[in-house]
Design a protein around this ligand. Structure first.
Ligand SMILES: Nc1ncnc2c1ncn2[C@@H]1O[C@H](COP(=O)(O)OP(=O)(O)OP(=O)(O)O)[C@@H](O)[C@H]1O
Ligand SMILES: [Mg+2]
Length: 388
């Protein structure tokens, strides 16, 4: 599938980051949230990065989900180190050629870019500063799935170091370090900004705009070009189907491909088939969540239920929570038992509960909240196993 370019959005965000938008706080850090599979990483890498590069900035992109076995703190430090190494290389060459012995050059060249943020290496704050000084350009750090940084102490430390680098490098009217953080879950991202002890206290989380009607027009144009016999494509119907897929391009494109396939057995217009596929997908997603829920032990269900009902007010072991678990399971639940249940929800495959380094909890998949709300509204909560 061809990439649908989102240049206008990239330009708006670039302007905001540079502090050129009145009353925008983006120069203090831009926090973007959008549900899973809606095109966040693609936008950051294919649209925002090239736009910022065009403006002459240095970009460091790191996806904290890229390698889940590695500590998020190390991933960030390594990404900065790699970019710094790229800029130090040419300086080393130039310095040799010109016989340069400037103090700054010499000290920059002694930096071990693989030990940033370690005990024996330079601090992350200094590394960012040197990167800015050697590149002679503003630095943009894009951290994808940033909420993951909060699951380890090293990750938290790196976030605090970035905040301090931002405060040291930036001044009103002069933005040298820009931070863009994205995540698929607003509640988790909120923990970076919403308390006094949070590294980016005071910043707001914004909703990253999802792909809109312009994407449907782009796709419809492609269809009309390749299949003139299908003209005119019913764009409103395709938009409805796309919404049904939760504005997730991958699922939508797969369904579209199937509906347009010469092997497809369906009758009638292909747009209707795509809408039917979207409806089927929703049913499948909900059935999946239901069967995962029903496969849990009774106490695990009660703990997950409590978490869904309480959101960020969730306290796993307070008296009220323990009473709730006991009431739902019909047996007395101790703190130790609740702990075991919560831990097994975290270890579950796929993991169902997310925990920060400060023991704050959230459901791993934010779609579960929507499922819970929907069933609550329909009076169909909790799901029950008909074989029980
Ligand atoms: N602008 C676009 N044009 C065409 N396809 C796109 C576009 N944006 C995203 N997609 C497709 O949608 C899918 C999901 O995109 P992407 O990985 O960027 O989403 P994400 O929100 O980062 O997902 P995750 O939550 O898994 O990290 C990919 O298959 C990608 O190719
Ligand atoms: Mg992504």
């Amino acid at each position: 599938m061809r990439h649908f370019p989102r240049r206008t959005l990239a330009q708006q965000i670039a302007r905001a980051l540079q502090g050129n938008q009145i009353f925008s706080d983006a120069h203090n850090g831009l926090f973007l949230a959008a549900p899973r599979r809606t095109g966040k990483s693609t936008f950051l890498q294919e649209d925002l990065e090239p736009e910022l590069e065009r403006l002459g900035m240095v970009i460091v992109y790191v996806d904290l989900w890229a390698d889940q076995r590695r500590d998020p703190g190390d991933l960030i430090a390594d990404a900065i180190g790699r970019e710094l190494a790229k800029h130090l290389g040419p300086i080393a060459k130039a310095a040799k050629a010109a016989g340069l012995q400037g103090v700054n050059v010499a000290s920059a060249l002694q930096i071990d870019t693989s030990r940033i943020g370690r005990m024996d290496g330079i601090t992350l704050t200094d590394a960012v500063r040197v990167l800015h000084e050697t590149a002679k350009a503003p630095v943009v750090l894009i951290i994808d799935e940033a909420q993951h940084a909060l699951t380890s102490e090293a990750g938290e430390t790196v976030m605090a170091a970035l905040k301090s680098a931002r405060d040291q490098l930036n001044a009103p009217g002069k933005v040298n370090l820009m931070l863009v953080m994205s995540g698929s879950d607003r509640d988790k991202l909120l923990r970076l900004v919403n308390s006094n002890s949070a590294p980016f206290y005071g910043s707001q989380i914004q909703k990253m705009p999802e792909l809109d009607r312009a994407f449907i027009d782009f796709v419809s144009d492609l269809v009309e070009r390749q299949r003139p016999d299908l003209r005119p494509v019913d764009r409103a119907m395709l938009d409805e189907a796309f919404a049904g897929f939760g504005r997730r391009p991958q699922f939508f494109m797969t369904a579209l491909g199937e509906a347009l396939s010469p092997l497809s057995s369906q009758e009638g217009r292909f747009e209707a088939a795509v809408i039917a596929a979207a409806e089927q997908r929703q049913r499948d997603d909900e059935a999946q969540m239901e069967s995962e829920f029903l496969a849990l032990k009774p106490l695990e269900r009660a703990v997950l239920w409590r978490l869904l009902a309480q959101g960020d007010r969730f306290r796993p072991y307070d008296a009220e929570a323990l009473r709730f678990y006991s009431e739902k399971t019909g047996v007395r639940v101790t703190t130790a038992k609740a702990q075991t249940a919560l831990e097994s929800l975290r270890q579950h495959n796929p993991s169902m509960v997310w925990k920060s380094a400060r023991s704050a909890y959230a459901v791993e998949d934010a779609a579960m909240h929507r499922w819970y709300e929907k069933r609550m509204a329909a009076g169909a909560w909790p799901p029950t196993d008909s074989t029980e």
